[in-house]
Write a protein that binds this ligand. Structure first.
Ligand code: PMP
Length: 357
């Protein structure tokens, strides 16, 4: 058999210098047994309880166990990172040779794919979504040899969704040539769309997740990469020696107990209801041109002019202006807040709508 058939795709696409590289052998990674630990230049003193004088585990066991159970993947198919943002950068640094390789993104989409690529001197190939925020039907032929294809589902900032049936044929068609990264940062708001189970089937599929959205832990900075073991092992060569701070691991593990996941599901149901109410209310206002359907905890709205953002700002309501993106002219992105916050927002939008008629 040729190399092409026998070598896993991740190894064929990875930066060649990573293949034979031994990851930094941190004290925790080497491990050991004993009751006197003098191997990591740590302090023997600790002023806090729990004690933080020791380095954390490379990948906290409880965190990985709990997330693997929640996401229904194996322990070796998972990497915890400092937010999904770090996972994006890790993928670029794992697969793309600076000044040589490229990634493909489907715009409008999450801005950090392009920023991370730029900071690594990796080119960005852009294939715009259609007017209905669907994937370009010729996407596969427009990759220009990119090593990574980023698909954000549900998508930020449009809120639009794709079904696994739309994405899977692309993953299959690219099985031999490109890693498809499906960013599922918002998946808990549309759980039926997840493709996590398909990492078993496709060696070129990576899923990104985060605790920042549905799990209400953006301040914690904790995300996950889900993929086959070859990809995870390569990313483990690139990631920092102790990427998950001990308190982060502790709090994140708690949020992923059966009880924590139940709490998250209830909050998601509440937010989804508030999102539907908000969309419904806003669509009735004059001056609103489009309210885009959303599978996330935010709603994108297109207005008739560019005054709405500053008028909301004058009233102390801070939303995200998307007007800088060419196809999102006069669009604002509204995160779904508490019911009190949403009531005030709707009331203020109603006032503006009447005032600027
Ligand atoms: N992906 C998408 C689509 C996002 O919207 C965000 C956060 N805005 C991230 C990834 C980054 O998430 P994290 O907070 O886990 O770094």
């Amino acid at each position: 058999m040729s190399d092409r058939v026998t070598t896993p795709i991740a190894q064929r696409l990875a930066r060649p210098e990573l293949l034979d590289m031994t990851p930094y052998q941190s004290a925790r990674r080497i491990g050991g047994t004993g009751d006197i630990w003098l191997n990591a230049n740590e302090s023997p003193f600790s002023d806090s309880l729990p004690a933080y004088n020791r380095y954390p585990e490379f990948q906290p066991t409880e965190l990985i166990n709990n997330y693997a159970r929640y996401a229904k993947v194996n322990l070796d198919q998972l990497l915890a990172s400092r937010g999904a943002d770090e996972a994006i950068e890790l993928l670029i640094r794992t697969f793309c040779v600076p000044g040589q390789d490229s990634i493909t993104i489907c715009t409008p989409t999450y801005g950090m794919y392009a920023i991370s690529a730029a900071t690594c001197n990796v080119a960005v190939n852009t294939v715009p979504l259609t007017a209905e925020w669907q994937l370009d039907s010729q996407l596969i032929s427009k990759l220009n040899g990119s090593k990574l294809l980023f698909i954000c589902n549900p998508n930020n900032p449009t809120g639009s969704t794709l079904t696994p049936h739309q994405i899977e044929p692309i993953v299959r068609a690219l099985e031999d040539e490109c890693i498809v990264v499906v960013d599922e940062a918002y998946i808990e708001f549309s759980p039926e769309l997840t493709m996590a189970s398909l990492i078993e089937k496709y060696d070129n599929l990576v899923i990104l997740r985060t605790l920042s959205k549905a799990f209400a832990l953006a301040g914690l900075r904790c995300g996950f990469m889900l993929a086959n073991r070859t990809i995870i092992d390569l990313a483990k060569k690139v990631i920092a020696p102790y990427p998950i701070a001990a308190p982060v691991g502790e709090i994140a593990s708690q949020s992923l107990t059966i009880n924590g996941v139940m709490k998250m599901t209830c909050r998601v149901a509440q937010l989804n209801k508030l999102a539907a109410q908000f969309s419904n209310a806003v669509s009735k206002l004059s001056g609103v041109k489009a309210v885009y359907s959303s599978g996330t905890n935010f709603v994108l709205v297109r207005f008739n002019d560019d005054r709405w953002f500053s008028l909301l700002g004058d009233a102390g309501i801070v939303v995200r202006n998307q007007s800088r993106v060419k196809t999102l002219n006069n669009c604002l992105r509204f995160s779904i807040g508490s019911s009190t916050e949403m009531a005030r927002l709707i009331s203020q939008l109603t006032t503006i709508s009447i005032a600027i008629k």
